[in-house]
Design a protein. Structure first.
Lengths: 418, 418
């Protein structure tokens, strides 16, 4: 894309009430626009990252054999009353239909997905089955000061699984845990993301969260580097340590952000809503369920925050809006011709390039490139003498390429991305 | 995809309160699930169609040079008060933030997009620019009895354009009108969709709707076949006829459904919200705006309805969930081997196939295929003698192919789809 056409501008100022570092940088770089506390618009570059995160997660859900659906935001109170989650929770945004009747905005979708499955599960032959969606959630958070890391409106991937019995649920739970580790590895967060023991609620002893180390994270975890395991501070006590064979002195206390969670719901919701199947002997049994979340827009905030430096953002290749930011420094015709030639060839090779063709100073272009944070910065200037210099956002080392050798070099990088 | 794995089942019964033909069929075929009046979940097959319609529309928006963003559902009342659209409209779903403050659910996004553009337009150099999103809208409709054709929550593409002056807006308006005709042509609706003169509101004399003929449509239009033009009944009078050079006796009155609209907003919203630019002389001027909608989920309903017959749905190739529905009639091993071989080859060739590998009777499979409505039905049975018979959903004529010749035949069809 030509940067001269990109409407979203980087800014020096940002909303004064914005305290979260991730949101500050994403606003300054023109990736998002703040609308209200915890509520953001995604501008072209931000939407590209959001979509790449979604696509990566979607591929892994498909690999798990899960089928994609899309449930509505507007929720029918009736099904939430049956599970007791309509009246006693202040997480809801509620409203009314003019023609009569209350509604709520979906903050999770267990009740809704069970309502759907009651039409589609009747026999043991219909199980197991897994369903996911990538959809907005609405939560009436008391505080929303962590930018994209805690939104009142946010994008989430939620996967629901349905099983004949607890053993099958247990097996699938481990498969999803493995898939989640793969996802965070692919996002470049594997090294700083810990599978973390957390409360299982009223119906299971434990659940697991995936917590990414992040200085501004709202959670506190105790990590065992050796075991690649952590304990959420909420369940950190001697009993927990004993159960998992951990010693307090081996653990490090760290701030973190919950990017995923996996949960054995068992029959907590399927029973009150009457989701039954008939087994091989014709007997009616309650369906066992699991649920598995990943915060898509939260990951945008976490990735922005953990990979940035004082100059700005620094996107992992796999989710970057563009692989290359190509700057033309100067207004010489030969330089423009060279840059345009590279830009055309790159597009043909499927290499995404943001071409800074604006009439700005070299200093302005260089600092914008650091702020926007594409993985590679390419420069055409008088100094490059008919060739192109390339530098990774993460290093200071520049290398000089001819157009064709640079296309080959970047094609190699691109082919390694999933 | 293997139909034995598809969780969504076709049903013989459907919600008794559902009166709209499009929703009845989509529910019976397992494409959607009804949650409340005017509120549906999209199941795997329905979501595939919805995504294909979105993708087709998105490509044309990109061709118009528009940049994609995503604005939130939750709206800040402040900006809507400035245009006078917060208090005097009952279309809103409103709610409250627990920490204090009202919110509304976006039923359109002019105020929001202007709020964004105030950070990004300052000079004549920033214009013209066009922005679109594909996003859920929420409207507190008094009646929601037309299925997917009038949802309380529905998916819409909304495009907003920003211009230096009215002439540039007028030019862009014609470009969008042309793009819309292309979209409806590609969807197979071109012949029954009329650009329709409608009211321009308080700030323009006319706007245009794109109305698709549909017996259960809620609108009434007067069409001139010869001119490929229609007049909405709301503005149908002698003055209108005179202005457009039409005679009452040449026009046919028809029921229709509004699938798109294009509107010159001029300065109706940009002025109260203070969206200015400085022109070449340094003078401050108000930005001229246009807005252009297409109902994505409404199109799903319209396409379901206008192309169906008494046996069920019949999808145009360009939006069908799968191009081919392959039925194995019988449980012979050789037949299964043949069908699996075709299925594998088709996947490699990028031809999407739904393989009915269920243990059901031939009659059941044949009627399900008609209900689900893939463009082509392929059959492997004893009668096809080691080959495959192919029939279009729209005709009764069957043709027999070898596996390889069928792959070639379908590859040709696929390559012609955009």
């Amino acid at each position: 894309m030509r940067q001269s056409l990109l409407f979203s501008k980087s800014r020096h100022n940002f909303p004064r009430d914005e305290v979260a570092n991730n949101a500050k940088m994403l606003i300054r770089a023109g990736f998002v626009n703040k609308e209200l506390a915890g509520i953001y618009s995604y501008l072209p570059l931000g939407l590209l990252v959001l979509n790449r995160i979604s696509d990566l997660v979607r591929r892994e859900m498909n690999n798990l054999g899960a089928q994609e659906i899309l449930m509505p935001t507007i929720q029918n109170p009736q099904i939430w009353k049956e599970t007791g989650r309509w009246d006693n929770l202040d997480v809801w945004f509620k409203s009314k239909i003019n023609a009569g009747g209350d509604i709520g905005l979906g903050w999770t979708h267990e009740e809704n997905v069970i309502n759907i499955m009651k039409n589609n599960i009747s026999s043991y032959r219909d199980l197991p089955v897994a369903i996911f969606q990538i959809q907005n959630k609405f939560r009436n958070e008391e505080r929303a000061k962590s930018g994209l890391m805690r939104g009142r409106e946010f994008l989430m991937k939620d996967l629901y699984s349905f099983h004949l019995n607890e053993e099958d649920l247990d097996d699938y739970y481990e498969k999803v845990a493995h898939s989640y580790r793969l996802i965070f590895d692919k996002l470049g967060l594997g090294d700083i993301t810990y599978q973390t023991v957390a409360s299982g609620g009223l119906f299971a002893k434990w659940s697991h969260e995936f917590q990414t180390l992040c200085p501004s994270g709202e959670d506190q975890i105790y990590i065992s580097e050796k075991r690649r395991l952590a304990i959420n501070s909420e369940v950190y006590n001697q009993n927990t340590l004993t159960e998992f064979g951990l010693k307090a002195e081996e653990l490090l206390s760290r701030s973190s952000c919950e990017v995923g969670n996996i949960f054995k719901l068992k029959t907590r919701f399927s029973e009150p809503l009457g989701l039954y199947y008939s087994d091989q002997g014709g007997e009616n049994k309650v369906v066992q369920m699991g649920c598995f979340g990943i915060g898509i827009s939260r990951l945008l905030g976490v990735i922005a925050e953990v990979f940035s430096d004082e100059k700005g953002l620094s996107w992992p290749e796999v989710v970057a809006p563009f692989l290359v930011h190509l700057l033309i420094l100067g207004e010489d015709k030969e330089m423009t011709f060279l840059a345009e030639g590279f830009y055309q060839k790159a597009q043909k090779a499927g290499i995404s390039v943001l071409l800074d063709d604006r009439k700005e100073s070299a200093g302005q272009k260089l600092s914008t490139a650091d702020l926007l944070g594409m993985p590679y910065r390419a420069i055409v200037s008088k100094n490059t003498a008919g060739r192109i210099s390339l530098k990774s956002r993460k290093s200071d080392k520049e290398e000089i390429f001819s157009v064709d050798s640079l296309i080959n070099y970047l094609s190699d990088i691109k082919s390694k991305l999933c």
